[in-house]
Write a protein that binds this ligand. Structure first.
Ligand code: FAD
Length: 275
């Protein structure tokens, strides 16, 4: 890893406006910078010798991207908010306890201290554990660029395909805003073991809003299941059928499509039984 890391070019701005200026300049020259937050996804790729970008902007020193604020039922997370900060936050415990539950199951302490919400969203993995929680809670991703200022994109519209997002080359995720709807919250992660494992299936629910990870090219909302629950539906088998109708899992090294669909259906049925 040391030799791979030595060949990288890394800019280390201390202010957001400087980071955005660097992003703009690089994008204009056709060599966009890759944002680097905690590095817990990026370093894995670099260490494994995967084809990786060479030019980075390290965001870790930018204080403006840190912190969790609460305003009524709204939580605002700086993009650099770590899992440990979510676990320690009274506001998150109060309003979005399933984010605490998800954070506790992400990696070990080292990963929880470095891994960020901005990185979990930015990585675009369908197996990202915080993303279903934020999606079920109706989060908005705020992007900023030096040229155009800020724009808010509902997380539901942030992904356009497998690891594809609407973020432009000169933009950074600066914060995530969530006006948490009322309703029972549920988080379930099914992996090979209890911790330090990437999900085979993950489900998050806030009231009737249900999202699944690891069962489609992106994290997805279960819209048909939501409509059924909103109409008062209470049959676990129908919930199972409707949840699966919105999912398109694949076979990969961690699991099979059949297993994932079966487990997702079981989680949906269990959700209805527990209501
Ligand atoms: C041992 C281990 C265990 C793990 N376990 C889990 C797990 O259980 N569940 C899980 O979901 N993940 C897990 N991960 C993955 C990782 O820790 C998380 O996805 C984490 O949230 C990534 O955050 P980061 O800040 O480290 O991202 P980085 O590695 O810095 O970046 C990840 C991606 O996001 C982009 N990015 C980062 N910040 C921004 C920003 N502000 N604006 C735009 N783009 C940005 C980067 O360019 C990059 O593409 C694990 C990783 C390891 C190494």
């Amino acid at each position: 890893m040391i030799s791979a890391a030595l060949s990288l070019q890394v800019e280390r701005p201390r202010r957001l406006r400087d980071a955005l200026a660097l992003m703009r300049e690089a994008a204009e020259h056709g060599h966009p910078l890759t944002p680097l937050a905690g590095g817990t996804d990026l370093y894995v790729g670099i260490n494994a010798g995967a084809p990786m970008p060479k030019n980075y902007v390290d965001l870790w020193g930018i204080e403006e991207l840190r912190g969790i604020e609460r305003n009524g039922r709204t939580l605002v997370f700086g993009a650099l908010t770590t899992y440990s900060e979510c676990i320690e936050s009274r506001a998150v415990h109060k309003l979005l306890p399933i984010l605490v539950a998800a954070a506790r199951e992400i990696g070990g302490l080292q990963i929880q201290n470095r891994g960020t919400l901005g990185g979990n969203i930015g990585n675009g993995s369908p197996a990202a554990d915080a993303v279903p929680v934020l999606l079920a809670a109706g989060a908005t991703v705020v992007l900023a660029s030096r040229t155009h200022g800020e724009r808010a994109v509902p997380l539901e519209r942030y992904y356009t395909g497998y690891r594809q997002t609407v973020r432009r080359a000169d933009e950074l995720i600066v914060r995530i805003e969530v006006e948490v709807p009322k309703g029972k919250q549920v988080f379930r992660k099914v992996g090979t073991r209890a911790a330090q494992a990437i999900s085979k299936v993950v489900m998050a629910a806030v009231g009737p809003r249900v999202a699944f990870g690891s069962v489609a090219p992106t994290v997805v909302r279960a819209h048909q299941l939501q409509a059924y629950l909103e109409a008062g539906g209470a049959d676990p088998e129908e919930a199972r059928r409707l949840a699966c109708a919105d999912l398109k899992p694949i076979d990969d090294v961690r699991s099979t499509a059949h297993y994932r669909l079966t487990v997702a259906g079981n989680l949906a049925a269990e959700l209805v039984r527990a209501r």
